[in-house]
Structures are given as structure tokens and as C-alpha cells.
Design a binder for this molecule. Structure first.
Ligand SMILES: [Zn+2]
Length: 439
């Protein structure tokens, strides 16, 4: 749902309340003029200035059904690079010999997107990644007390020392480096800030925040990223799992708070039920930052990429997928259909044409209205006046009250009705010698 006119920035944090030099009346007028689609004004917000780290070939490889052979990886990487994502993140070369070979192959393709790999925070993995020819390395280490105790068994002093050593090595090779904690939202905040400050001081390009278990809410994301924004000068990346379906909202909150890079995967595939989906993120962002999104990404290629990845991992695109779900731009109720036919933005905040997709007025059901039937009659190239269409609509609604109607069924009813009308016209012509033209 779009925010209502009074829901944006009412606490004075975003320069729109009376506390920041605007009267409430002025602020209300300003918001009304801007419309509810506009992002809240904030100097640190990156709603209209962000980069995508596309991780289908790393996080997505952790999806239960995923098996990407070399040819498939090349195709996905090429499609995503053509689509316009700024970065592609691939599985660590330390994972397996084939993972290493595939990483080297994709680095040599000369794609527009920068190629990253995702490794553990140790020197062996970093050296191996450098040898593969990547543009950047995303290093990660668990910082939560649970991971410190049950996973790698290292304390914060060791983590900080190792992180600095690895970052300095990667930078010495002239390669971009990101340092991320894992399970950031269940890590100690003081530990996190200390660590991020330390890596920022040695010149890391980005720090990463990861909601590894998908536990964070938009407000928690906003608070952590905004706090981090005041502590480090480097870019901030965020990686958000979707266990509670907050991944897109959390990404938006992160950008509002000053994050610069968002991790995505096609259809959100990844560990468990995955991360922020590329299409879902862009659906959210195009509403707030239309010009930025349409100028950077070839949105009409989204469906092709999603269909290819869905086929590869043997899943269907979900019915309620943003933009490309089969009913994302289908309008059904009579009142909706009438308004959409007059002015699509009445019931659409996203223009399907931006993604090279059409809208559909669903007319074959008992909630239909005569405007929807009229539109279908015109699509079928038939001529009827409004009174005739209203009679036809009542016939269709009566049938649809008894059983579900297929589109073919309904088209047949429309054609039969039209045929009968022509018969009536012929009768009239026979009796009067001239065709009565009705309007
Ligand atoms: Zn993940």
C-alpha cells in the first residue's frame, strides 16, 4: 500500500514537520503536492542512488533446487549484465574446483557488470579469489555470539585482526573489497560498530550488514544502518533474507537510512526461502524513483531473466510475483475495470509498459461490468451499442453465477449474442428494405 499523505516523516526526522522550519499546514501542502509516491526527503537517503549486487550465482546457488552448470552460469551472468545490474556476485572459488573454473570463465567474458566473489575472511580464500581475476571480493565473517561460539569459535579481537589483514592484502592487489558481518542483527551493536570503524579506517570499500536469518523489521534495519552511516565513511551494503517477507521493505528502509548497495537474486532464490528479489526490489523502487530505475535498468528484460531462472531451477514464477506474476496487472471487479479503462493509474501504481508488459481486464466472471464487456467486444472487432452490451453483460453475469466461465466460453457467448443481433438486423432489413443502424 502507498503511504497516506500523513504517514511520511511525521516525527520530524525527515525535514517535513514543524520542528524543521515548516508549519504543519505548509508541510501538509508540500506532501500533497509531491504525492504519496515521492520518497521522504532526507540528505542521507539513497532511494534514488543505489547499486544492485546480483547474487543469483552465489546466494541463488544455495537455493534447494539450484544446479548451475557452466553454460547456465554464463547465460545468467550475461542476461543480468545486459539487464544493467552493477555487480554480479559468484560463489567462492574455494567451494569446489568447478566453482573456481566457472568464476575464471565469467571473469574473462568482459561483461559490463563488475564480478565479485564471496569468500570467508581468511588469507587463503582471498589469495585464491585474487588469482581468479575478479573485480572485487566480498569477505564475510560471523559476528553474533552464537556464531562466535558454535561456528568459527573466534573472538572479536581475532576477527578484527584478521579482517584488517585480509582487507589490506586485497587492497594491495588493486581490487575492491567489502567486509561484512554475518547475522548482524543478532550481533552485539558495540562489537559491530567497533569492527566496522576499524575496517573503514584501513580503507575498505564497503561494509556489509546481513540479516542472515531474516529476523529484522524495517525499523530495526533503518536504525542500524542510520547508526552505521554516522560511524563509517565507506559505502554500506545490505543483505536481507526473506523468512518473514520483509526483505523488500527492509531494503527500502536501508536505502532510506543511507545504505548504498542492495543484494538481490532473481525471484529471490537463495538459502531457505531466499533474499530480496530483484524484480520485487525494482517494483518498489520504480514507484519512488522512476527516472533513476528506468534510466539504469533494461526493465523489459526482467520477465525473460525470471522465466529463464525459474525454468533452470524448476519452479513456477509465483502468481503474486510483483510485475511478472500472471495476475500482476489483471483487473477484475467491474468498478476497477471501468476506472482502469478510463485512466489506468486509478488502480495501478506501476505502469506495466515500463516493463514491456500489458494489462488485462478480466471480464469472464460474475463481478464483471458492462465497461469491461464493451472493451472485450471491441477487442473482438464486433459492433454493438451500449444498450445491447448491457443486456449481454447481464446474460454473462447470470451464467457466471452458476459456474466458472472460461474466457473462450465468454467469447462464444459474446459472438452468439452478436450473431443474433445481426439476425435481427437482417429481419429488420427484410421488413423495411433498409438496415436500421443503431448507435
Ligand atoms: Zn544470504
Amino acid at each position: 500500500m502507498c503511504p497516506g499523505p500523513n504517514e511520511n516523516g511525521v516525527n520530524g526526522q525527515n525535514g517535513v514537520s514543524g520542528q524543521n522550519g515548516h508549519s504543519t499546514d505548509q508541510a501538509t501542502k508540500k506532501r500533497a503536492a509531491a504525492g504519496p509516491y515521492q520518497p521522504v526527503g532526507d540528505a542521507l537517503s539513497n532511494i534514488a542512488n543505489f547499486k544492485i549486487i546480483e547474487s543469483t550465482l552465489r546466494e541463488g546457488e544455495q537455493f534447494a533446487n539450484a544446479f548451475f552448470d557452466t553454460e547456465t552460469k554464463i547465460k545468467i551472468a550475461t542476461m543480468l549484465s545486459d539487464f544493467g545490474v552493477e555487480y554480479l556476485e559468484l560463489t567462492s572459488p574455494a567451494a569446489s574446483p568447478q566453482s573456481r573454473a566457472d568464476l575464471e570463465t565469467i571473469c574473462k567474458l568482459g561483461l559490463k557488470s563488475k564480478i565479485l566473489t564471496h569468500t570467508r575472511c581468511n588469507m587463503e580464500d582471498a589469495k585464491l579469489a585474487v588469482e581468479c581475476g575478479v573485480d572485487g571480493i566480498d569477505v564475510v565473517i560471523g559476528t553474533s555470539s552464537m556464531l562466535q561460539a558454535h561456528s568459527h569459535g573466534k573472538d572479536m579481537e581475532y576477527i578484527t585482526r584478521t579482517a584488517i589483514e585480509v582487507i589490506e592484502f586485497i587492497k594491495s592487489k588493486g581490487i575492491e573489497v567489502r567486509f561484512s558481518s554475518e547475522d548482524s542483527f543478532r550481533s552485539d551493536l558495540a562489537d559491530l560498530l567497533f569492527l566496522y570503524k576499524a575496517v573503514d579506517r584501513v580503507g575498505v570499500n564497503r561494509v556489509g550488514v546481513a540479516d542472515t536469518v531474516g529476523c529484522a523489521t524495517p525499523r530495526q534495519v533503518y536504525d542500524l544502518v542510520r547508526t552505521l552511516r554516522t560511524v563509517v565513511g565507506c559505502d554500506i551494503e545490505i543483505h536481507l533474507h526473506n523468512d518473514t517477507m520483509c526483505a523488500v521493505a527492509n531494503a527500502y528502509a536501508a536505502l532510506e537510512a543511507g545504505a548504498t548497495h542492495i543484494d538481490t537474486s532473481v525471484l529471490g532464490i537463495g538459502e531457505r526461502n531466499g533474499i530480496t528479489p530483484l524484480g520485487g526490489l525494482l517494483a518498489r523502487m520504480i514507484v519512488s524513483s522512476h527516472e533513476y530505475v528506468t534510466s539504469r535498468y533494461k526493465l523489459h528484460k526482467l520477465k525473460e531473466v525470471e522465466d529463464y531462472v525459474a525454468e533452470t531451477v524448476q519452479i513456477n514464477v509465483p502468481f503474486n510475483n510483483p510485475v511478472t506474476g500472471f495476475c500482476a496487472f489483471t483487473h477484475k471487479a467491474g468498478i476497477h475495470a471501468k476506472a482502469i479503462l478510463n485512466e489506468p493509474s486509478t488502480y495501478e501504481i506501476i505502469n506495466p509498459a515500463d516493463f514491456g508488459i500489458g494489462r488485462y481486464i478480466h471480464f469472464a466472471h460474475r463481478l464483471t461490468g458492462w465497461n469491461a464487456i464493451k472493451s472485450r467486444v471491441e477487442q473482438l472487432g464486433l459492433a454493438m451499442n451500449d444498450d445491447q452490451i448491457k443486456i449481454l453483460t447481464n446474460q454473462i453475469k447470470a451464467m457466471a453465477d452458476i459456474r466458472p466461465l472460461a474466457i473462450d466460453d465468454t467469447d462464444s457467448v459474446i459472438r452468439a449474442f452478436h450473431f443474433e443481433l445481426q439476425g435481427e438486423d437482417v429481419d429488420k432489413m427484410n421488413s423495411t428494405g433498409a438496415l436500421t443502424v443503431e448507435n
